[in-house]
Design a protein. Structure first.
Ligand SMILES: *Cc1c(COP(=O)(O)O)cnc(C)c1O
Length: 347
């Protein structure tokens, strides 16, 4: 394993399994999880269900598949789900909601960074023979597109109350629920209690190579299990993968606050460079807005200076802090990113 010659802040998905994690994976006790269960996978599912305060959890190869299986179970074709206008489910799952579930998205544009209860209420249609029926509310916490934004417990509870008034189930895309719980200093179960089903990902800030879990009631997960099989997500000696996820939960959860502190530091250094404005980060994702559509040039200049970041859109770039970029490395990266902005925008 040779270290890359650049600092990679494109995403928290770039983290690579540590030597200790690889050892845990290599030594995992395994069985056939499609046939009658893999012991390591069962242990992970039980741990996740317990931490989320749900009856049962099920391991999936990806967060996208877990989200879509949840949507498939909660909805029926020809209905619509309500989600944030910048939700992952809406933008980054290649219209699977339509292609796989036969459902349309009704994007909710909130007043703030993420939609709130009053925004949701305003978007639920008056029942009509001519209009699609709502079937599900999808929340995302932390919210990736909004820059790792955290929705507070009170706001989550208010959103759930609106959904209940309308007899709508709630699915929580919690790919980074770990980060939200860390930022709010709350147990995962507090946030998860605001939703009927929850997806959590191991391959983001937690640093495992693969996987996600979907959690919910026993009856819900029994149905989701059938859908996982239909989607081609049955995995046999999956303990090789879930050992990595378990290792991440046990050894790499408590350090997430370091990523948040690094992101805050990076934001502080870069804010104002060449007229750029940083969205103050709640967690580990830093969105930087440019005064002109030169994101591609800034990304290229930063790469030339040895730091990889991403173009979110033509006038916004994203940098994400993670396990493989400790505070000292982020400090070095922050100075180079600032330089990149100045080189492109002040020249
Ligand atoms: C990454 C991500 C997903 C999807 O997870 P994959 O494992 O990449 O399929 C879903 N929602 C959010 C908010 C994410 O950031």
């Amino acid at each position: 394993m040779s270290a890359p010659s650049f600092i990679d802040l494109r995403s928290d998905t770039v983290t690579r399994p540590t030597a200790a994690m690889r050892r845990a994976m290599a030594e995992a006790e395994v069985g056939d999880d499609v046939l009658d269960g893999d012991p390591t996978t069962r242990a992970l599912e039980a741990t996740v269900a317990e931490r989320l305060g749900k009856e049962r959890a099920l391991f999936f190869p990806s967060g996208s598949m877990a989200n879509q299986a949840a949507i498939w179970v909660h909805t029926t074709p020809g209905t619509e789900l309500l989600c944030d206008a910048e939700a992952h489910i809406y933008h980054w799952e290649i219209a699977a909601v339509a292609a796989l579930c036969g459902v349309q998205c009704r994007p909710v544009r909130g007043q703030g960074r993420v939609f709130r209860a009053e925004d949701l209420r305003a978007h639920i249609r008056t029942p009509s023979i001519h209009a699609p029926e709502p079937s599900l509310v999808c929340l995302e916490n932390t919210h990736n597109g909004a820059g790792g934004a955290v929705t507070s417990l009170a706001d989550m509870q208010a959103l759930q109350a609106v959904a209940r008034e309308h007899h709508l189930p709630v699915h929580l895309d919690g790919a980074r629920l770990w980060n939200a719980a860390t930022a709010l200093q709350l147990p995962l179960s507090a946030l998860a209690s605001c939703a009927d089903s929850v997806m959590v990902s191991f391959s983001k800030g937690l640093g495992a190579p693969v996987g996600a879990c979907l959690a919910g009631s026993e009856a819900f997960i029994t149905k989701a299990h059938r859908v996982r099989k239909r989607f081609g997500g049955g995995m046999r000696q999956s303990g090789i993968l879930t050992a990595g996820a378990m290792y991440a939960l046990q050894h790499q959860y408590d350090r997430l606050a370091e990523d948040h502190a690094s992101a805050t530091y990076l934001a502080h250094v870069v804010d104002g460079a060449g007229g750029a404005t940083v969205v103050a980060p709640d967690t580990n994702i830093v969105m930087i807005d440019l005064p002109s559509p030169k994101a591609a040039q800034v990304v290229a200049r930063a790469a030339a200076l040895g730091v990889r970041i991403t173009e979110w859109h033509s006038s916004r770039v994203r940098a994400v802090t993670h396990l493989d970029a400790p505070a000292g490395v982020v400090a070095d990266a922050a100075a180079r990113i600032r330089q990149a902005f100045e080189d492109v925008l002040v020249a």
